[in-house]
Design a protein around this ligand. Structure first.
Ligand code: ATP
Ligand code: MG
Length: 265
């Protein structure tokens, strides 16, 4: 049997603010195998980013532990690449320089670096834009550059926080297809945060639905629909309804909590 690659055990995260303590995550237990595509799904404020940031090593849990290949996560590491929602590109660097950035830091030779960058720009249809700056690109292209940058580092794990949230529907679908292709071709383990039910069903092997405050695992669902998935098929819509009602319950809890807070303030 394959060894699990990411193990989240009894993770809890409390944010202490001046007014109150916020329990963002509670009793999170997850095992993610190498090569799995997992979506974290839930309404705003349920702790998706908090969990992803904990796995990335940006913000550690208050208690519990996270292990990647048997090693405790205590800081960010090169085996875990992050793609953010807001295209985190360097505006003063060209597309090629942005993709090469991590390789330069790693100390890769100029020749090897150019080869890897060229091949990725080619794969992600960015070749003609290699000397452009981020400001000259569309949102979809910028997100492609961000994905190419993580792929350049050859991180076996890709952590993606609502990476396609700001894109129009068509661009989003194109990038979802591209991501599935990359996932299959490079054998990456992907943890992908989204609040779109349809996006999670389209992409994931497994959908982890989270509850709103404290963030816990409400449902860990394995998607049995074969790929390439057709969002108009009956199975897809059945699952969409089922997960939709779970997310709706949490959204209502969110709305109720906001009302209560507004009344206190
Ligand atoms: N640095 C912080 N200090 C205080 N509270 C925080 C902090 N970061 C997050 N929180 C709180 O923790 C909870 C979880 O936040 P998180 O950003 O993980 O949610 P999310 O599911 O990613 O939401 P969204 O879909 O809006 O991105 C929220 O209630 C949020 O207000
Ligand atoms: Mg978030």
């Amino acid at each position: 049997m394959q060894n699990p690659q990411i193990v989240v055990s009894d993770v809890q995260k409390v944010f202490r603010t001046q007014e109150r303590d916020v329990v963002a995550l509670k009793d999170i237990n997850l095992t993610i195998k190498q090569g799995e595509f997992v979506c974290l799904l839930g309404p705003s404020g349920c702790g998706k980013s908090t969990l992803l940031n904990a796995i990335a090593g940006f913000s550690l849990p208050s208690s519990g532990s996270i292990q990647v290949d048997g090693q405790a996560v205590t800081a960010p590491g090169p085996e875990r690449g992050m793609v953010f929602q807001e295209y985190a590109l360097f505006p003063w660097m060209t597309v090629a320089q942005n993709v090469a950035f991590g390789l330069e830091v790693k100390g890769m030779s100029k020749g090897a670096m150019a080869e890897r960058v060229d091949s990725l720009l080619d794969k992600l249809h960015l070749k003609d834009f290699r000397n452009r700056f981020p400001k000259d690109l569309s949102g979809g292209m910028r997100q492609r550059v961000a994905i190419a940058r993580v792929l350049a580092m050859d991180s076996p794990i890709m952590l993606m926080d609502e990476p396609f949230g700001a894109l129009d529907a068509l661009t989003r679908r194109n990038l979802q297809d591209e991501l599935l292709r990359i996932w299959a071709e490079f054998g990456k383990t992907i943890i992908f945060v989204t609040h779109s039910i349809e996006e999670s069903i389209y992409l994931a092997d497994r959908i982890v639905v989270m509850t709103y405050r404290p963030g816990t695992v409400k449902r860990d669902h394995r998607v049995a629909i074969p790929r390439h998935r057709d969002p108009s098929c009956a199975e897809f819509n059945e699952l969409k309804r089922e997960l939709g009602s779970l997310v709706m319950e949490e959204q209502q809890r969110h709305a109720a909590a906001e009302m209560k807070l507004a009344a206190v303030d």
